[in-house]
Design a protein around this ligand. Structure first.
Ligand SMILES: [Zn+2]
Length: 152
């Protein structure tokens, strides 16, 4: 069974984030995707583009938020991401007052759950095996690129 054949999530917004990550992988980038949704409807999705665009800030969450454009309020939105958010993305989630984050997995990168929760953000972890497999394979094949992405 290939990764793309693995059991899909029931949530279309999470699926949009996952498909964005796959698109990033096909482009030769880091396979992390995200989507911003309101009331179950996807506003926009995006993926990590630091390799494609030479942009160190273009994490998946940042790309999805940029693609969504200006929003009057984020208080009724949910941010979906295939991987636990880093400090930069967690800070942006807090800054925009996004109340809820749904995370594909936190096994390959622990992220900043404590920071998010300390600021009242609800964090849901799906522990999606496809996301774990995708990141493990990427990290094994591209250790330098991965270390650069998380500044280690
Ligand atoms: Zn990030």
């Amino acid at each position: 069974m290939t990764q793309s054949d693995a059991q899909p999530s029931q949530d279309p917004a999470f699926e949009a984030a996952y498909q964005a990550a796959r698109e990033g992988l096909r482009e030769g980038g880091i396979p992390i995707g995200a989507a911003l949704a309101r009331g179950g409807m996807v506003i926009a999705s995006g993926h990590n583009e630091r390799v494609q665009n030479g942009d160190p800030i273009a994490h998946g969450e940042m790309s999805a938020l940029r693609a969504a454009g200006r929003q009057k309020s984020y208080r009724d939105t949910t941010l979906y991401t295939t991987l636990a958010p880093c400090a930069m993305c967690a800070g942006t989630i807090i800054q925009f007052k996004i109340p809820r984050v749904v995370v594909g997995e936190a096994r390959t990168f622990g992220g900043e759950f404590e920071l998010l929760r300390s600021r009242g953000v609800e964090v849901v972890v799906l522990d999606d095996q496809r996301c774990v497999d995708m990141m493990r394979t990427f990290q094994e094949e591209n250790p330098e690129l991965w270390a650069e992405d998380i500044a280690e």
